[in-house]
Every structure is written in structure tokens, then in C-alpha cells.
Write a protein that binds this ligand. Structure first.
Ligand code: NCD
Length: 312
């Protein structure tokens, strides 16, 4: 993985690079001790200009498990961002304090700008509604782990497909793996952006646009549920029209889907997955979140070129 320096867009990775990252994550799961000092004395900076629980904490936990140290931008209202410091000035500072930067920002393209500003590697921890490549890698890892393959799957993306960066990244990544069909289930106002659908068409990927998940429930291998992202609606009234539109629970899932269907969700959930599904065999979302640790360890090792010491 000679060329990987930043991880900004999932399309920056070839299919071989994705498979290599998965291989590294797998070995980390099997042999955690082997890697515990692999990034000793390195410093990970986490710059989160938007709320986060999983992504930030799993990056930090991953860094600790590699022997690295962590420094975090204080919450935006307590940092110099509040005084009017520009994003690029912030990056220039943090670059000199750290060896690697994980950045989350509400604006599309912010991570790319960070990578163009910083001499140190940058990982995109989510930029606006655009991309979330580290989430995608852990999603792929989870699907592969459960299904034994990433090829020829039928997957439904359900919920906020307009603003959902995890959906945008994962749909693009799956084009490498010859999906049988992707179902995009959303109210019209929250459907997949046209540029992404065009891209799928160009790649010869079969997809269907639906408004009701019951129209594909019995066919799919993966149910990828998402939260309606209230904070991204320019007009709160538009949010009110679609809030709570999709809710799954034992009553509307059990016996109506394939026996081995899995439910994924990048989390946080609000009300779209009833907690009565949590202890069923379908519910993979907490395991998915846990898989963020080895996958992010693999990403950090790769951009810091530490994977070379373990894999030739
Ligand atoms: C997602 C995100 O931030 O894009 N969460 C995550 O990183 N696991 C999805 C969301 O906020 O709904």
C-alpha cells in the first residue's frame, strides 16, 4: 500500500488496498499483542468539528492499542475556532503537534482541504454529507465477517440517503464487489443524490428506488438502516414531514426476511430500530461499531506506513 498517505474518499482506495486493510484488521483481531507498540511515540490528533461518540472514541481507542498518544481539539466552543480562527490555520497548527490527523467537519470537502494543507497524513472521519471512508471500511469488514463474501450481495439502504455520508461511501465501495442489486429506500425528498446514481449506472450496477422497505425485505442479505439527520435539514419543517418514517422492530422483520439477513446501522439510532431487535440474530450494529477498533488500527498503521513492518 505504497501510495496510501491520506484516506479522504473511499474511491482513493483500489479493491486490493481495501482487501489489504481488511487483512491487517483481521490479523489485529487474532494477534492484538503483536501490534501493541507498532505506533509507539506517534501522536494522533482528533479534530472533530461535529458531534461524535463512536468515530472519535474508536479512533482514540485504536491509537492507544497501537501504543500511540492522542491529542484532541477541545469542543469547538472552547477552542480558538470560537475566536474566528480559520480551518486551515487550525490544521497548520495541529500538523506541527501530531503525526496523523483524523478530522470530522460539517462541510463537504473539508477533509480534502485539510489533506492539501497538512504535511502529515489525514483521515476523513466524515465531511458533511459527502464521505465517511473509515465507517465504510468497518462496514465492509463486518459484512465480510458475517457473510463470508462481499460479492453478489443484495443490500437495502434505508432512511436518509440524501444526507447520509456512510451510505454514499458504502454504495461506492460496493461497486468493486459486483452487488446483485442495491435497493435505495427513502421518501423522495431523501433519495440518493443524482450524481451517485449516475456513477452506479456508469459502473453497470443494478439498483432500484423504493419508498417502502417491505418491497425488498424478503430478498436482501443486508439491511443498512440510517438515521434521518435532523441537523442537516435547512428547513426544520421538511424534517418534521419525514421524522420517524421508517421503524423496524421484531414484529415487522421476523419471519418476513431471509433467515440470515443482517441489520447494520452506523449509529447513533434515534427510533428507527426498536430495541426489541437488539437481541435477535439479525442485529449486527453493535458488533459493527466494535469492529471500528481493529479497522481503524489498520488504517492508522497503513497511513503511518507501519503495516510494512508486519506485512511484506
Ligand atoms: C454517522 C455519521 O456521523 O455520519 N455516524 C457514525 O459516524 N457512526 C451517522 C449519523 O450520524 O447518523
Amino acid at each position: 500500500m505504497e501510495n496510501i498517505r491520506n484516506l479522504i474518499n473511499i474511491t482513493d482506495l483500489t479493491v486490493d488496498e481495501i482487501n489489504d486493510l481488511i487483512k491487517v484488521a483481521d490479523d489485529i483481531v487474532d494477534n492484538p499483542v503483536k501490534y501493541q507498540d507498532s505506533c509507539a511515540h506517534k501522536k494522533l490528533a482528533t479534530l472533530f468539528f461535529e458531534p461524535s461518540t463512536r468515530t472519535k472514541m474508536s479512533f482514540e481507542s485504536a491509537a492507544m492499542r497501537l501504543g500511540a498518544n492522542i491529542l484532541s481539539l477541545p469542543p469547538v466552543e472552547q477552542s480558538s475556532v470560537q475566536k474566528g480562527e480559520s480551518f486551515t490555520d487550525t490544521i497548520k497548527m495541529v500538523e506541527s503537534y501530531s503525526d496523523l490527523i483524523a478530522v470530522r467537519h460539517p462541510l463537504d470537502g473539508a477533509a480534502k482541504l485539510a489533506s492539501e494543507t497538512s504535511k502529515k497524513p489525514v483521515i476523513n472521519a466524515g465531511d458533511g454529507s459527502n464521505q465517511h471512508p473509515s465507517q465504510t471500511l468497518l462496514d465492509l469488514y463486518t459484512i465480510l465477517d458475517e457473510k463470508g463474501t462481499l460479492e453478489n450481495l443484495k443490500i437495502a439502504f434505508v432512511g436518509d440517503l440524501k444526507y447520509g455520508r456512510t451510505v454514499h461511501s458504502l454504495a461506492k465501495a460496493l461497486t468493486h464487489f459486483n452487488p446483485s442489486v442495491m435497493y435505495f429506500v427513502a421518501p423522495q425528498s431523501l433519495q440518493m443524490p443524482e450524481y451517485l446514481l449516475e456513477d452506479l449506472k456508469k459502473n453497470g450496477i443494478k439498483y432500484e428506488i423504493l419508498e417502502d422497505f417491505r418491497d425488498c425485505l424478503d430478498k436482501i442479505d443486508v439491511f443498512y438502516m440510517t438515521r434521518i439527520q435532523k441537523e442537516r435539514f435547512p428547513d426544520i419543517e421538511d424534517y418534521e414531514k419525514v421524522r420517524g418514517i421508517y421503524v423496524i422492530n421484531r414484529e415487522n422483520i421476523e419471519g418476513k426476511c431471509k433467515d440470515d439477513m443482517i441489520i447494520l446501522h452506523p449509529l447513533p439510532r434515534v427510533d428507527e430500530i426498536d430495541t426489541n431487535l437488539d437481541n435477535t440474530k439479525y442485529a449486527l450494529y453493535f458488533k459493527q461499531a466494535k469492529n471500528g477498533i481493529p479497522m481503524r488500527q489498520a488504517m492508522m498503521m497503513t497511513v503511518l506506513k507501519k503495516d510494512k513492518e508486519f506485512f511484506l
